[in-house]
Design a protein around this ligand. Structure first.
Ligand code: IPE
Ligand code: IPE
Ligand code: MG
Length: 249
């Protein structure tokens, strides 16, 4: 990689601050492998992963990103051992308790992507508190994917739309892609410009299937607990050098 010898400051000079992606989505993956490599239990990886959330939220908001979507827990992650799930929920609660005041002060608005009703009560209550506390904030929107699945999101959206049609709130001829997108968890938000997946996996794992039609992808081998400011900036520089054609010429 030609940027590997550059310092953070030099990298930042390569950024075009007028072309910062408006919406960045990240599949935070590799916590388990990070812990395994150190012969630690998987939840140590998740804890370290949380520290990267703190860092990446701060950096993104400072760079001027308007929407940051972090995939934290998928609808498929319920298949994991109960201890790991409990650990992840505790880390989520710890994150909110520790960081909410700072997030609020930094004008960050928290939203959940996913059906949070299925979360254990102690976690659900904290998430709702975070959403309510920050609902009037006007800076970066932080979307946290919690019990999120892209296919489930579309099916849930179709059910809501069906209810609106039945109630006579909307006419079937008025439904288009834009209208439908407002039945998703990302209602009123722009689609991601950049999707980042660290940890070496080259798949979407059911993340934002509707929204990523024209998103630019960026993959790296770094495990999420090692993903830092430098890596985020590298991904944005790469994004800024791409030619987005949207099917045109
Ligand atoms: C991502 O790390 C965190 C969640 C999916 C909750 P993983 O736990 O998937 O880590 P690996 O993929 O096993 O290394
Ligand atoms: C995707 O990671 C989900 C989150 C990051 C929350 P997984 O580790 O669950 O995905 P797979 O199983 O490797 O596809
Ligand atoms: Mg994984």
């Amino acid at each position: 990689m030609k940027y590997k010898d550059l310092t953070i400051e030099q990298l930042k000079q390569k950024l075009d601050y007028n072309k910062i992606p408006k919406h960045i989505a990240i599949i935070m993956d590799g916590n388990g492998r990070w812990a395994n490599k150190r012969l630690l239990p998987r939840n140590f990886g998740h804890k370290e992963g949380m520290e990267r959330v703190v860092e990446i939220v701060e950096v993104s908001s400072t760079l001027g990103v308007k929407y940051l979507s972090l995939y934290a827990f998928s609808t498929e992650n319920w298949k994991r051992p109960i201890d790991e799930i409990q650990g992840l929920m505790k880390i989520l609660v710890q994150y909110i308790r520790r960081e909410l005041e700072r997030l609020y002060k930094n004008n960050i608005r928290i939203q959940a992507l996913g059906d949070i009703e299925r979360l254990p009560d102690f976690a659900k209550e904290e998430v709702i508190r975070a959403i309510k506390t920050t609902s009037e904030n006007t800076g970066m929107t932080l979307n946290i994917g919690l019990n999120y699945g892209g296919r489930g999101e579309i099916v849930t959206g179709i059910k809501k739309l069906y209810n609106d049609i039945s109630a006579g709130n909307i006419n079937i001829d008025d439904i288009d892609e834009k209208v439908f997108s407002n039945y998703l968890y990302t209602k009123n938000q722009p689609d991601p410009d950049l999707l980042i997946r660290p940890s070496g996996e080259l798949r979407l794992s059911n993340f934002m299937l509707y929204q990523i039609a024209y998103t630019e992808f960026w993959f790296s081998d770094t495990l999420w607990p090692d993903f830092n400011e430098r890596e985020l900036i590298l991904s944005i520089i790469d994004f800024q050098n791409r030619n987005r054609r949207y099917g045109g010429v």
